[in-house]
Design a protein around this ligand. Structure first.
Ligand SMILES: Nc1ncnc2c1ncn2[C@@H]1O[C@H](COP(=O)(O)OP(=O)(O)OP(=O)(O)O)[C@@H](O)[C@H]1O
Length: 336
């Protein structure tokens, strides 16, 4: 468990104080994938860099598995950091070293393994990230996705119990992003490794994360399981980040609302009902005819979900009874 409490971090700019983190508290479960999302300048990089004290907060506490980082001596902190892997947006590989030598580097720094043990560990890591055939190449000879695989292998070298990913896929095209996200999901499953990532892209959160925190102007404005935050976003920043990725939670522009007769329903499907003809079934039962206004159908870590916004054209039962009727089919219905 990682417990972050009341973090505050300010920077000074030409005599002016800039608050980068303002009373940030988070609870990150062991073994899960926790995403931190926000717009540019929200404080994401500062927050992730505070988690291994690359950036030292002005105040607050960071407790990793029961150990308070802020009170560790410099040498104890160095030792602890070796078990916190970090993956960077621009890979940060050593250009003069081969793939294998880049992955070997943190093992050399730790100095705990023999040369033979290091070679064996490097081979194991390259197999894990699918780069065995590229071990003798230099970073300049690799694609962006391959470079990030090296970055991930290097971050895992000293068997970390926490992996921090700083916009790990932001420099990659969509297809390569998918393959890196799949690799991170695999590593999380196989090694039961806690992953904390920052991103500005809701698709990364949707594909990879179990929990998410939304940060805005240095504050956590919303946090919870990804499914809950996607289906019931509470904050305007969350809503707009979702809308930009086409995963908006059905809201109609006010000018349209006036032109649509009849009550509006928001129907939320999670899991099996998403794939069943529930609307047709309830339509027949309740004499319900609707005008479909907007819809989202997607998946969060393998769980299908959907959200429809519809206007009621006709219904043989009271509209107020529809939530109960939809609930029998496992669908949430809100009368808006
Ligand atoms: N080293 C620094 N010196 C001064 N100000 C800084 C420093 N690092 C960050 N800041 C300021 O702190 C605020 C948060 O920045 P941060 O880089 O954490 O945001 P971010 O969400 O990661 O943004 P981006 O997605 O653009 O990287 C910004 O206003 C930024 O200008």
């Amino acid at each position: 468990m990682i417990e972050v409490q009341s973090l505050r971090k300010t920077f000074s700019h030409g005599g002016r104080q800039q608050v980068a983190l303002d009373d940030v508290s988070l609870c990150i479960e062991e073994g899960g994938i926790f995403g931190i999302i926000g717009r540019s300048g929200a404080g994401k990089s500062t927050l992730i860099r505070c988690l291994n004290l690359l950036e030292r907060p002005d105040s607050g506490s960071i407790c990793l598995g029961g150990q308070e980082l802020m009170t560790l001596s410099e040498s104890a902190l160095q030792a602890r950091r070796q078990r916190i892997g970090m993956v960077f947006q621009h890979f940060n590989l050593l250009r003069s070293r081969t793939v294998a030598a880049n992955v070997r580097f943190p093992l050399e720094l730790a100095g705990t393994l023999s040369a033979q043990q290091m070679d064996a560990r490097v081979a194991e890591l390259l197999a894990l990230v699918g780069l065995t055939a590229h071990s003798g190449k230099y970073p300049a000879q690799l694609s962006g996705g391959q470079k990030q695989r090296v970055g991930i292998a290097r971050a895992l070298a000293n068997q970390p119990d926490l992996l921090l990913c700083d916009e790990a896929t932001s420099a990659l095209d969509p297809e390569t992003t998918d393959s890196i996200l799949a690799l991170l999901a695999d590593i999380n499953r196989q090694l039961r490794l806690t992953i904390v990532l920052i991103t500005h892209d809701m698709r990364v959160i949707r594909q990879l994360c179990d929990q998410v925190a939304v940060i805005d102007h240095g504050k956590v404005v919303e946090a919870g399981p990804v499914l809950d935050v996607f289906l019931q976003p509470q904050h305007s920043v969350t809503r707009s980040l979702l809308a930009e990725t086409g995963l908006g939670h059905g809201v109609l522009p006010a000018s349209w609302r006036e032109r649509i007769a009849g009550p509006l329903l928001r129907l939320t499907f999670v899991g099996e009902p998403t794939l069943e003809p529930v609307l047709d079934k309830v339509g027949r039962e309740a004499g319900l005819r609707v005008n479909l206004l907007s819809g989202t159908l997607s998946e969060i870590k393998g769980t299908p979900f959907g959200q429809l916004l519809v206007a009621v054209m006709a219904s043989t039962v009271e509209v107020a009874r529809l939530p109960e009727i939809f609930a029998r089919e496992g669908v949430r219905c809100e009368v808006l």
